[in-house]
Unconditional design. Sequence first.
Length: 142
Amino acid sequence: MWENDSPKPSTPDRGTFPLVSNQQDAAGRNGDRSVIGSSITIRGELSGTQDVLIEGCIEGQLSLTGCNITVGKEGRIKADLLARVIHVDGLVEGLLRGEEQILLSETGRVRGKLIAPQVILKEGCSFKGTVDMGDRTQDSTE
């Protein structure tokens, strides 16, 4: 008796794109995260103030001060990286500077230099290079 027989508006088909917004990172911050898909290749400089998940290929330089960079399993990076936290599940060649932490997961492969106060190498990862976990105040006096 009280039912409305009018057709309900349909919601638009969003395809298979993942919706990424208002995710909470390990530090408890809420914010958006950009995704660079597996079919994307970038050559040059990438900078910003937003977390990023990289599943594509990047050559050049990434500078995301105060943010997180996650290199997904499909990610292929030949670049210098600067971020608050760098998490590697894919392949990276270059200088990685983590303001707080660099983490290589079981599938992570890195060739280069790691500089961060905390560096975590999970069992199964592949790493060839150097690690610098020196004190920041010590760096400024050298």
